[in-house]
Write a new protein. Structure first.
Length: 344
């Protein structure tokens, strides 16, 4: 020993400790289990909330309904028409179907449809609120009066709601970066390491002649950790079933287990949706600006025969169906086209 350096002497002393490697492995588990278990629990909570967000998002389901109806309309008269469901992967293809202008896509059309319906919904809610106030105050406002210039306001409100879908599904975006297999391995690893620690406690360390402080600490740790790890194993099974149930809920049938791919697809779709909403908003702003610039010259000239000029809201939110109509007709003429929607 005297001929060894200080580092070598230290290692020799460490190695002489009974069951040194099992002790070190157990100490590492004792130091890391709480942190690892907390991380896994947070991931499980994210998955649980993500499933709940998808199942209960009214606007997301409305988007899916609009996509399904549009797909059936495009495939009317073909074997693809009349579909009851579609694979969510289809959402990522909506931006690939373009009109003759090369800019208006099928997703633009769907967004415009949602904006209209959400605008009407907001208008009705506002009318009901005004009706309630008028009945209390004795007012005689005609609630059946057309909203007129307020139409653009409600469409803008609807656009804001659609644009905010990504915020409503924020846990879905978080779940998309998780790895189901990695979570399963992490939980299984904790369970396996705890079993080894328990075996070491009941066999190896018990063979020593006297009870040590380490043995007492390890016994207490194993007792406290068994319930926590058991709960994680049960939660992992529960979450797998919940995710699978959510996938089946949207696909309409039981398919192969694709892990957390559902959340990846929805996250990627939300990115595309945000881009389209921004384009719709920018187009409406440009149209409104152009209408305002032409308003003064148009006001100077009297309309012929009392002709009615299109309102600013009608110019701001133009119907994208006109641009998509040739593309839709072309698809109806080619029922076997490989680029048709996956509505079946």
């Amino acid at each position: 020993m005297s001929q060894l350096g200080q580092a070598e002497q230290f290692l020799k002393t460490i190695i002489d400790i009974p069951y040194i490697f099992q002790r070190l492995e157990t100490l590492l588990l004792m130091a890391s289990l709480t942190e690892e278990a907390t991380s896994v629990e947070q991931s499980f909570k994210t998955l649980e909330v993500a499933c709940d967000e998808l199942r209960h998002s009214r606007l997301f389901k409305k988007l899916l309904e609009a996509v399904l109806k549009t797909g059936n309309r495009m495939n009317d008269g073909t074997f693809r028409g009349g579909a009851q469901a579609f694979k969510l992967d289809t959402l990522l293809k909506l931006a690939d179907v373009k009109g003759l202008d090369g800019k208006t896509t099928l997703l633009h059309f769907v967004v415009q449809e949602i904006i209209r319906s959400e605008g009407v919904r907001a208008a009705r809610a506002a009318k009901e609120q005004n009706s309630s106030v008028s009945s209390v105050s004795g007012g005689t406002d005609d609630l059946s009066e057309d909203v007129g210039d307020d139409t653009e306001h409600y469409k803008q409100l609807g656009l804001e709601m659609v644009s905010g879908l990504s915020d409503d599904l924020q846990n879905v975006r978080k779940a998309a970066i998780l790895d189901a297999d990695a979570l399963t391995i992490a939980v299984a690893s904790l369970g396996h390491r705890l079993v080894k620690a328990n075996e070491f406690l009941n066999t190896g360390i018990k063979s020593l002649e006297e009870e040590s402080g380490f043995q007492r600490k390890l016994a207490q740790f194993v007792e406290n950790s068994q319930a926590q790890v058991t709960r994680l194993l049960e939660e992992e099974k529960k979450l797998r079933l919940m995710v699978r149930s959510t996938v089946d809920y949207f696909h309409g049938s039981k398919g192969k287990d694709e892990g957390l791919r559902l959340f990846v697809v929805v996250r990627d779709f939300l990115v595309i949706l945000e881009k389209v909403c921004k384009e719709v908003k920018d187009a409406a702003a440009l149209a409104a600006k152009a209408a305002a610039a032409n308003k003064k010259p148009a006001a100077a000239a009297a309309p012929a025969k009392g002709g009615k000029q299109p309102s600013q809201s009608q110019q701001s939110f133009r119907d994208p169906r006109q641009a998509l109509k040739p593309a839709i007709q072309g698809r109806r003429a080619k029922p076997d086209s490989s680029s048709s929607s996956d509505s079946d």
